[in-house]
Design a protein around this ligand. Structure first.
Ligand SMILES: NC(=O)c1ccc[n+]([C@@H]2O[C@H](COP(=O)([O-])OP(=O)(O)OC[C@H]3O[C@@H](n4cnc5c(N)ncnc54)[C@H](OP(=O)(O)O)[C@@H]3O)[C@@H](O)[C@H]2O)c1
Length: 325
């Protein structure tokens, strides 16, 4: 491939994907085009010689058409976890719809889309069963892409862990400052998957055209509850705190209060609603093993990055990310 467009490539998964594509002999010489709303957000990608980070508004049809020029494949990683109903709609539904139309105009057929575990198949347009804005809009976006004349592969990961995650790192950070972790939804089940395994799956899909038309669920080898994950984050970061189960109603109040803090919210009631759907393999779809990837267990990676001392530069980066700078 000469050129791959990676929407949402400045984020957590995008970073791992760009690093792997850059190092892969099958993509030697491939230009990796990463648009961002603010080019500075992709500064960690600047040292990668094959990556071009551009400032562009992917919600503008003309800009999207320009980005798709001479592109052999698109990877879509754009998503948000918190926001207004309009923001969810724009990032998860309207963008995939416009991407499908723009690909048709530009003659681009190959698209790999990262969706989320917990998405129901359903009939096109029907996302009524999903309990949260996040899952409802992710379902509709996925359906819009399936309905388009594309060579589409969809990946549905469970929660993703890795050195730059904002899930286990957040729980580790919180436990530095609070004496007790009050937690709602502690029995929600996850099957955490390593970001490098997700990136490997994306690379594999880009290499193998035969994955078009297929949907893969990406998960690690273990099922863990939210409460177990919070305890591991505390233990590995050296600040283990007792976990106090909160009833859901109190959890919703806590989420609303956390949403009032400045910067990106730490938690929202929509996140709690998403946790009503188990984030574990359904067993009805192919998984990492079907792509020739052995999933990495959390304990093989988690202690190393959660236990390392956080440098001042890393801490500044975390705060910049939280306040969208
Ligand atoms: N992380 C997880 O645990 C997890 C679990 C399941 C599924 N997933 C899925 O995996 C994919 C990648 O997730 P991630 O963790 O890498 O996300 P991330 O770190 O939050 O990155 C999201 C990317 O989307 C872009 N973006 C966000 N809102 C946008 C908007 N309104 N318009 C245009 N671009 C926007 C951001 O680009 P700029 O800020 O540079 O513009 C950023 O590069 C997503 O589809 C997500 O739903 C993630």
């Amino acid at each position: 491939m000469k050129r791959i467009l990676i929407l949402g490539g400045t984020g957590f998964v995008g970073r791992a994907l760009c690093e792997q594509l850059q190092a892969h002999p099958g993509f030697a010489g491939t230009r990796l085009v990463v648009p961002s709303r603010r080019r500075e957000r992709g500064k960690h990608l600047f040292p990668l010689p094959q990556v071009d980070v551009l400032e562009a508004n992917v919600h503008d049809d003309a800009a999207l058409a320009r980005l798709l020029r001479d592109v052999d494949a698109v990877v879509n990683l754009v998503a948000i976890l918190h926001g207004t109903p309009q923001a969810f709609e724009q990032a998860h539904v309207t963008l995939p719809q416009r991407l499908a139309a723009a690909c048709a105009n530009a003659g681009v057929r190959r698209v790999v889309h990262v969706s989320a575990m917990g998405i129901q198949g359903g009939v096109p347009g029907d996302a009524g069963a999903a309990p949260s804005q996040y899952l409802r809009t992710k379902t509709l976006g996925e359906q819009a892409l399936w309905a388009a004349p594309l060579d589409l592969t969809v990946l549905r990961p469970s929660v993703i862990f890795g050195a730059h995650d904002s899930f286990l790192n957040l729980f580790a950070l919180l436990q530095r400052f609070v004496p007790v972790m009050a937690l709602a939804g502690g029995d929600a089940r996850f099957q955490p998957v390593w970001v490098d395994d997700v990136a490997r799956a994306l690379v594999q899909c880009l290499l193998e055209g035969s994955t078009a038309g297929r949907c893969f669920e990406l998960a690690g080898p273990q099922v863990l509850t939210l409460s177990e994950l919070v305890k591991l984050a505390g233990q590995w970061s050296g600040h283990a705190r007792p976990v106090l189960p909160l009833p859901m109603a109190a959890g919703r109040l806590q989420a609303r209060a956390l949403g009032l803090l400045p910067g990106e919210p730490l938690m929202s009631t929509d996140n709690l609603d998403s946790m009503k759907v188990p984030n574990v393999l359904t067993g009805t779809l192919p998984s990492l093993q079907d792509l020739g990837i052995t999933p990495t267990p959390l304990e093989a990676v988690g202690p190393a990055y959660l236990g390392r001392p956080v440098s001042w530069a890393d801490r500044l980066d975390q705060w910049r990310t939280r306040v969208n700078r």
